[in-house]
Ligand binder design. Structure first.
Ligand SMILES: C[S@@+](CC[C@H](N)C(=O)[O-])C[C@H]1O[C@@H](n2cnc3c(N)ncnc32)[C@H](O)[C@@H]1O
Length: 493
């Protein structure tokens, strides 16, 4: 007898159903079952029973709209942000902060177990039920949260658009005018809603964007239109140093020519306190990617400075710099602790950005070799080492998966390798090289639990053991979670 029966969905569009919510997806939607059929429901929390209206039915799952809370979770709170429901930026404001931290740990555990096929110890760290010869279970610590989980972002990238605004009326009726707006995309769309305040942004960023918008309106600057490909201003990006207070403004434009650019710069300088750098980035492509290839300084310095744990960093427009500096220090300290340095070790920092982790490590290592694909970031890293009088760190621009195999051939033998890749995780060739180089420890910093789990499995199969994982809440009120994992080489490797 065949078990390959095609399951027919047990619900239809527009049905009203009662659903018990059993989990949250990685996008923060509640997951539950109605008549055995899986439904995703935005805004519903685990432990809740809800009445929902089915919106869309696919073969094996569907989406429904929350209509009524029949049983409420004890972790439910009122989202403090007035635009939370429309905006796509945060996904978890309706869950208490303690609830968010617990969910993030569990999310990491689920990925390690499901994708990484790792055995995780209980929440208290006890690896109960260990049988002789069985590998020790991975300890996943409680998520490190923030005391004040608001206004933590040092960087804002705000999409610009035009909207008709009613201007008044005359004898022939109402008239309106197109004006520059900037804010956020509504959840799941590319429709821009004008906004002047975001509760997870540093207030300087809000203030800067509001002022740049006001000046743009005064000068009659147009916004880029995705559909027609016309108009000038695509995004305004601002970054502030939490310690230095310095601000950088990047105007991302659809073309090189900015009309009245001198007036614009003058007005921005007058309106924005502590602005040190005004930069233009040109992006003429029909793409969702924010930055184009051409970057030029319009006024001031090409970098701003900031400080993490007593180390100063120069940061240029195109360089990656963690967005939550308070939690970054927690994350990097944990990475350094896991590296267990005594002052003699050779350490590789792969995907090093502007050399932030590299310089934290260099304070306790023999030598640190950093590699990063963005040449401007490597220029920043070199400048940063000098700025801090750090001489035992060197950097190279290029793909980690190409540069590190070459270092191996050149005879560099690392004691510790630290990796901090983008969301897609480490390149396979890099993982193979790590296994071939056989460092005693690998410290894996990750912003994506699923690719972390995938890569840990490769390293485990190659003779490493994942000892512990520390989730850190870099992005409160969103579904994102950062983690740092420690792997040690098993003696047989
Ligand atoms: C998550 S960031 C980490 C940066 C740095 N460790 C930090 O904490 O600021 C990942 C970095 O990897 C860089 N990158 C992406 N692909 C790369 C590759 N194939 N080789 C080297 N660096 C890469 C990005 O430009 C980015 O700076």
């Amino acid at each position: 007898m065949s078990n390959n029966k095609v399951k027919v969905p047990t619900v239809s569009k527009n049905d009203e159903v009662v659903v018990d919510i059993v989990g949250l997806t990685h996008e923060g939607e509640g997951v539950g079952r109605a008549d055995g059929f899986t439904l995703f429901i935005q805004g519903a929390l685990p432990g809740e029973r809800v009445r929902a209206k089915v919106l869309k039915v696919k073969k094996t799952y569907g989406y429904a709209k929350l209509q009524e809370l029949l049983v409420k979770s004890a972790d439910r709170v009122d989202a403090p942000c007035p635009i939370y429901k429309q905006c796509g930026g945060c996904q978890l404001q309706h869950l208490s902060y303690e609830g968010q931290l617990a969910w993030k740990r569990q999310h990491v555990v689920d990925n390690l177990e499901r994708i990484g096929k790792l055995r995780v110890a209980g929440a208290d760290g006890a690896s109960e039920g260990l049988v002789g010869g069985e590998a020790a279970a991975v300890i996943v610590h409680p998520t490190v949260g923030m005391d004040e989980p608001w206004r933590y972002r040092n960087k804002a990238s705000v999409p610009m658009g035009m909207a008709a605004v009613a201007m008044g009326g005359d004898g022939d009726g109402l008239f309106s005018e197109e004006r520059l707006i900037g804010g956020f995309y509504t959840r799941g769309s590319h429709r821009i809603i004008d906004m002047d305040e975001c509760m997870i942004q540093h207030s300087h960023n809000d203030d800067i964007v509001a002022r740049v918008k006001a000046i743009g309106r005064e000068l009659g600057i147009s916004a880029y239109n995705e559909e027609t490909g016309r108009g000038l201003l695509r995004h305004v990006m601002t970054r502030v140093g939490f310690v230095s207070g310095e601000a950088m403004i990047v105007l991302i434009t659809n073309g090189g020519h900015i009309p009245q650019v001198d007036s614009w710069i003058k007005m921005i300088r007058e309106a924005v306190p502590n602005v040190k750098s005004i930069v233009q980035n040109v992006n003429k492509r029909d793409t969702n990617v924010i930055f184009g290839d051409e970057t030029r300084v319009l006024w001031g310095s090409e970098v701003i400075y900031d400080e993490l744990d007593g180390i100063r960093f120069a940061i240029s427009a195109r360089s990656f710099y963690q967005v939550n500096p308070v939690q970054t220090v927690e994350l990097y300290r944990k990475a350094v602790e896991y590296a267990a340095l005594t002052g003699k070790e050779r350490v590789i920092d792969a995907y090093c950005g502007i050399g932030t982790i590299s310089l934290f490590l260099a304070r306790q290592a023999g030598h640190v070799y950093g590699v990063e694909i963005v040449p401007e970031a490597i220029a920043d890293a070199e400048r940063n080492a000098k700025l801090n009088g750090i001489e035992n760190a060197s950097f190279e621009a290029g793909p980690a998966e190409v540069v590190i195999p070459r270092w191996r051939k050149e005879g560099i033998v690392p004691d510790v390798i630290v990796v901090d890749p983008p969301r897609k995780g480490c390149d396979e060739a890099l993982l193979e090289t790590i296994l071939a180089m056989r460092p005693e420890r690998v410290v894996y910093v990750s912003c994506n639990p699923s690719t972390l789990a995938r890569d840990l499995r490769v390293l485990e199969d190659g003779g490493y053991r994942t000892v512990e994982v520390q989730p850190v809440d870099m992005f409160p009120h969103t579904v994102h979670v950062e983690s740092v994992a420690l792997l040690v080489r098993e003696s047989k490797a």
